[in-house]
Design a protein around this ligand. Structure first.
Ligand code: AMP
Ligand code: MN
Ligand code: MN
Ligand code: MN
Length: 275
């Protein structure tokens, strides 16, 4: 089965509208697709309708921004209920924090001699309630501050750079509990990105499991083939379900296209086993 359980639309920082994203997934041969926008579920209804018309199975998802011990971690929720009031109010609080951070990023860039970037970022954000660093990056790249989005991040938007702003996202326990309250399963997104030394990774996963987390991405666009094997071992060791997702954002901004990743190692228990 071709299953892709992680991608983004214009409801967050993806480049394609939900319906165009689903159409692309279907054209690529995806049979089960989850849309997992950052901290927002407003793209799910349109995506589901398009999936139904294309005859592919659709899974409601979200990717929640979390701060754990000063590190930003992403937790994907799958098979959530986007109408659930607990989940909705949690996500709304995260988006309010995002809006405050966006203002601070704009101020920080202005102090570094780059005015107008918040207004610029907003022009790239189709969802006015969801301003991401990606929107700042697209604006700064387009206005010639760096040759491409990736270099804008490296020059301006990551730690110790002029447009980086420390931010406290949701707590791990809250994010997992919102996902579970809405009937979903909580999955650690792209664990290889956090660069945790082994003891921290173990402490994090132990806490994640204690909070009710159940899955981990093993095959993702953010991992190298060596990391597929490394996190397959971690999934076995911690008894976590394994997930697979491209984390597709759009042409030129993603390593993996929709549905284009290898299969999970077959001895792992996939998150979709009982679906
Ligand atoms: P935010 O949640 O607003 O802090 O933005 C995080 C998003 O920025 C991620 O989901 C990626 O889509 C994108 N991103 C983060 N780091 C980089 C990077 N180094 N290069 C390109 N995109 C990045
Ligand atoms: Mn993103
Ligand atoms: Mn992520
Ligand atoms: Mn993502």
């Amino acid at each position: 089965m071709n299953i892709d359980l992680h991608c983004h639309s214009t409801a967050s920082d993806g480049l394609l509208k939900p319906r165009d994203l689903v159409a692309r997934a279907a054209a690529n041969g995806v049979e089960v697709l989850a849309l997992t926008d950052h901290d927002d579920v407003s793209g799910l209804a349109e995506a589901r309708a398009e999936a139904e018309s294309k005859g592919i199975r659709f899974v409601d998802g979200v990717e929640i921004s979390v701060t754990w011990e000063r590190t930003t971690i992403h937790i994907v929720g799958l098979q959530i209920d986007p109408e659930d009031p607990v989940l909705r109010s949690g996500l709304e609080a995260v988006r309010e924090g995002r809006a405050r951070r966006a203002k601070k990023i704009g101020d920080a860039l202005e102090a570094a001699g780059i005015p107008g970037s918040l207004a610029g970022a907003k022009r790239y954000a189709e969802n006015p309630n969801l301003i991401s660093r990606s929107h700042f990056a697209r604006h700064l790249a387009e206005s010639g501050r760096a040759p491409d989005v990736k270099s804008v991040f490296q020059r301006y938007l990551v730690k110790d750079k002029p447009g980086f702003v420390e931010h406290r996202w949701a707590s791990l326990a809250d994010a997992v509990s919102w996902i579970r309250a809405s009937g979903g399963i909580a999955v650690v997104a792209h664990p290889g990105r956090y660069k945790f030394p082994k003891p921290e990774l173990h402490a994090f996963l132990a806490e994640f499991r204690d909070c009710g987390g159940a899955g981990i991405e093993v095959v993702t666009g953010s991992h190298s083939p060596e990391q597929y094997l490394e996190f397959a071992r971690v999934a076995r060791e911690f008894g976590l379900r394994a997930s697979r997702g491209s984390d597709y954002h759009g042409k030129g901004e993603s390593k993996a296209d929709l549905g284009a990743l290898p299969q999970l190692p077959d001895d792992l228990s996939p998150v979709w086993r009982e679906w």
